[in-house]
Design a protein around this ligand. Structure first.
Ligand code: IMP
Ligand code: MG
Length: 174
């Protein structure tokens, strides 16, 4: 059952169109690379990454990484945990980190540093959403700019729930 206290911000159709556009750009940018490795950020980036990678017709590896900073709250704790460490041997890899949303930027900042320190050849970033307050924070590929609201669906959760909603929704009253 859909959460009754939320409104659709981005429909599944709009998201699917944008995912295809991003995939076209990524495919063009990485077509010469023989060491492309996608690093989906779990758990929030799982659905975006799964849809995106199926639109990228290049040889690539997938190495998910688990990161958490929100706990059960709707504001970031400010500390990023990587409970499983980094995914395998990334030396020489052209990495594309795939995350759901750019908020404080701490997740991408932490992951970029850790992956470069581990010997990656390059690290680029792709986020489906960027919040208005994060407008000054860079990412190489951005799906949508959104207002500073707490969003759920298409991988994004509130205390672990609602990741399976096909649309992206804003919580009423947030
Ligand atoms: P950052 O490190 O503050 O940029 O936050 C990134 C992570 O926080 C994302 O990968 C999400 O898991 C989570 N997050 C940030 N904003 C939201 C939101 O509006 N809804 C659900 N999760 C969010
Ligand atoms: Mg996340």
């Amino acid at each position: 059952m859909t959460d009754p206290s939320s409104d659709i911000l981005l429909s599944s159709q709009i998201i699917a169109e944008r995912v295809r556009e991003l995939a076209l750009r990524i495919t063009a940018d990485f077509k010469e690379s023989d060491s492309l490795c996608l690093v989906p950020v779990m758990d929030g980036g799982m659905i975006f990454a799964a849809d995106l990678m199926r639109e990228i017709p290049l040889p690539l590896r997938v190495a998910p990484v688990k990161a958490s900073s929100y706990g059960d709250a709707t504001t970031s704790s400010g500390t990023v945990n990587l409970p499983g460490g980094i995914p395998g041997d990334v030396r020489g890899c052209s990495i594309l980190i795939i995350d759901d949303i750019l908020d404080t930027g701490k997740t991408l900042e932490t992951l970029k540093k850790v992956l470069m320190d581990a010997g990656a050849e390059s690290v680029r970033t792709c986020v489906l959403l960027r919040k208005e307050s994060a407008g000054h924070l860079p990412a190489d590929y951005i799906g949508f700019e959104i207002p500073d609201r707490f969003v759920i669906g298409y991988g994004l959760d509130l205390a672990g729930v609602h990741r399976n909603l096909p649309d992206i929704r804003v919580l009423k009253g947030d």
